[in-house]
Design a protein around this ligand. Structure first.
Ligand SMILES: Cc1cc2nc3c(=O)[nH]c(=O)nc-3n(C[C@H](O)[C@H](O)[C@H](O)COP(=O)(O)OP(=O)(O)OC[C@H]3O[C@@H](n4cnc5c(N)ncnc54)[C@H](O)[C@@H]3O)c2cc1C
Length: 461
C-alpha cells in the first residue's frame, strides 16, 4: 500500500470488508463483545474480509492517531474502544487442515467450535478450553488451559507459526526460525505484538471418545468431599484432568430436587486414555452416590458443548483467578467456609487440577507447567453473574473471596483470566525475566503501543 487512506471515505473505498459508523445498520451488533462487561462506542468498525483489510485498518488507526481495538469474539474484552477504530476479525474464519502433518492453519475469526468440528472426525484435536465459543487465536495467545492440560500442556506450546500484521502495517511470518523473538512473545504474551492474520497450530491425536462430565452433590457434603477429591486427584495419571466446583445450581427441571436452585459441589473430569477408563470410572465411587451423574463417554467437542456458555451468544460475567499451592487443610477449610456461606452472588468457584505434562523448555513468556507445578497444583477461578446483583456488590464479593483465600494462593495470575480492570496486575501473569523480555519484544514490534486496548504489556522504556 503506497498512500494510506486519510479519510473514512477513502478507507471505506479501499476495504473489501464493511466499514460501519454509528447509526449504520449492524453497527450495534458489530461493536458488542460476547462478554457484555463493556459497552464500547467506537467511531468506526471495520469488519476485515482479508489480510489487506487488516493492513488498511491498522495503518489508518496509526496514521490518524485513533485508538485501535482488536476483537475476534469479544470473550476477552479488556478496555472500551471509545472513539476509536474497532477492528473485527470474526469474518476471517478459513480453516486449512493437513491431516498428514496434524497441523492446521486458521484465520483469526475461528472459534474452538469451528475448529474442533473440522478436526475431531480425523481423530485430531486442539487444546481447547472449557467453552467452545471462545476464539482459538485469542485463547492461544494468552496461554490456553483446558481439559487436556495435564496430558498435553497449554495450547500456546503448540503454535508452529503465525502471520502477523505489525503496528507498522508490515506483514511478517513468525516461527522458531523467523522473527524468533516475536514467535516467543506470541506464545503467551496476548494480542500485544500485532494482529495474527493466520495461526498454524500442531494438533494432538485423540481418536477415542473420552470419559468425561460432572457429578453433582449437595453442598452439605462439601467438608467431606474436598479432602476426598484431594486424595483422589493425587492418584490420577496425567491422562486425567479434573475440577472441583462450588456452584449455585439453576432452578431448572433437569436438576433433582436435592440440588435444584440450591448450591452444590461438583466433581468433574476428562479422562483421555481408553485403556484405563473403567478403572477411573470405578474410582469415582469414593465420592458416594451423586445427586446427578453426567459422567459418560463422549467425543472431545461434546465436553465443551455441555457448558451453556458454548451456546449462549452473550453473557455478563465477572471472574477472577489465581493458583493454589496445594489443596492443604487450610485451603480446604477456607473453601468449605465459602461453600457453606452459599457464596452469593458468586455463581461458581472452580479448582482445576494442574501438574502432569511438563514442558521441557519455556517456549513463551508465560510460566510453563514445569515452572508452575512445584508451586501451583491447582488453578482457582471464580465466575459471577452481575445481572443478579449490582456490579459493586459483585466486585466486592469477588475481592473479599480472594482476600480470604490469599494465604493459600501463590500470588501468580493467569493472563487469560485477567480482567480489564486488573491492568496493573498484568505483570503478575509472568515471571520477572519473561516480563522484562516481553516488554523488550513489545518495544521492537509495537514501540508506540498501538495495540493497547487489551491486557496491556507496555513497551520497555
Ligand atoms: C466463557 C469463557 C470461557 C473461557 N474459558 C477459558 C478456558 O477454559 N481456558 C482459558 O485459557 N481461557 C478461557 N477463557 C479466556 C479466553 O481464552 C480469553 O478471554 C481470550 O482472550 C479470548 O479470546 P477471543 O478471541 O475469544 O476474545 P477477544 O475478546 O476477541 O480477544 C481477546 C484479546 O485477544 C486479542 N486477540 C484476539 N484475536 C487476536 C488476533 N488474531 N491477533 C491479535 N490479537 C488478538 C484481542 O486484541 C483481545 O485483546 C474463557 C473466557 C470466557 C469468556
Amino acid at each position: 500500500m503506497h498512500t494510506p487512506p486519510t479519510s473514512v471515505a477513502t478507507l471505506r473505498a479501499a476495504l473489501t470488508g464493511l466499514l460501519l459508523l454509528p447509526g449504520d445498520a449492524g453497527y450495534d451488533e458489530a461493536r458488542a463483545p460476547w462478554l457484555r462487561v463493556i459497552d464500547q462506542h467506537p467511531a468506526l468498525v471495520v469488519e476485515a474480509a482479508n489480510v489487506a483489510d487488516l493492513v488498511l485498518a491498522i495503518t489508518y488507526a496509526r496514521t490518524q492517531g485513533l485508538p485501535l481495538g482488536v476483537q475476534a469474539t469479544g470473550h476477552g474484552i479488556a478496555k472500551a474502544c471509545d472513539g476509536g477504530l474497532l477492528l473485527k476479525l470474526d469474518k476471517l474464519n478459513a480453516i486449512d487442515l493437513d491431516t498428514a502433518t496434524r497441523r492446521v492453519r486458521m484465520g483469526p475469526g475461528v472459534s474452538w467450535k469451528d475448529l474442533l468440528t473440522q478436526t475431531q472426525p480425523h481423530g485430531l484435536v486442539g487444546l481447547s478450553g472449557q467453552v467452545s465459543s471462545v476464539g482459538v487465536i485469542g485463547y492461544t495467545l494468552g496461554g490456553g488451559i483446558g481439559w487436556l492440560v495435564r496430558k498435553h500442556g497449554e495450547c500456546c506450546e503448540y503454535v508452529v507459526g503465525a502471520t502477523v500484521v505489525l503496528a507498522s502495517g508490515e506483514i511478517v511470518h513468525a516461527s522458531a526460525t523467523e522473527h524468533p523473538d516475536l514467535f516467543w512473545g506470541l506464545r503467551g504474551g496476548g494480542g500485544n505484538l500485532g494482529v495474527v492474520a493466520e495461526l498454524e497450530l500442531q494438533l494432538v491425536a485423540e481418536p477415542h471418545d473420552m470419559l468425561a462430565g460432572l457429578r453433582w452433590y449437595p453442598m452439605a457434603r462439601v467438608a467431606e468431599l474436598l479432602p476426598l477429591y484431594r486424595d483422589w486427584a493425587a492418584t490420577l495419571s496425567q491422562a486425567t484432568s479434573t475440577v472441583f466446583r462450588l456452584m449455585r445450581v439453576p432452578d431448572a427441571p433437569q436438576f433433582p430436587a436435592s440440588i435444584r436452585g440450591k448450591s452444590a459441589c461438583i466433581v468433574g473430569l476428562c479422562h483421555a486414555d481408553p485403556a484405563t477408563q473403567a478403572q477411573v470410572l470405578a474410582s469415582l465411587a469414593v465420592f458416594g452416590e451423586p445427586a446427578l451423574d453426567q459422567v459418560k463417554m463422549m467425543a472431545y467437542p461434546a465436553i465443551a458443548a455441555a457448558e451453556p456458555a458454548s451456546h449462549e451468544s452473550s453473557a455478563i460475567t465477572y471472574d477472577q483467578a489465581g493458583f493454589l499451592r496445594e489443596l492443604s487443610d487450610e485451603a480446604i477449610a477456607l473453601l468449605v467456609e465459602i461453600g457453606r456461606s452459599e457464596f452469593p452472588p458468586l455463581l461458581q468457584l472452580e479448582i482445576l487440577q494442574l501438574g502432569g505434562h511438563l514442558t521441557p523448555s519455556v517456549a513463551g513468556p508465560l510460566p510453563s507447567q514445569a515452572s508452575r507445578t512445584p508451586t501451583a497444583a491447582f488453578m482457582l477461578h471464580t465466575v459471577t453473574m452481575p445481572e443478579q446483583s449490582g456490579w459493586e456488590e459483585v466486585k466486592q464479593v469477588t475481592e473479599e473471596t480472594f482476600a480470604r483465600l490469599a494465604p493459600v494462593l501463590t500470588g501468580e495470575l493467569y493472563y487469560n483470566y485477567l480482567r480489564g480492570d486488573q491492568q496493573v496486575q498484568v505483570a503478575a501473569a509472568f515471571t520477572e525475566s519473561s516480563w522484562l523480555r516481553l516488554r523488550e519484544v513489545k518495544r521492537r514490534y509495537d514501540p508506540e503501543n498501538l495495540f493497547r486496548f487489551n491486557l496491556n504489556v507496555e513497551p520497555a522504556e
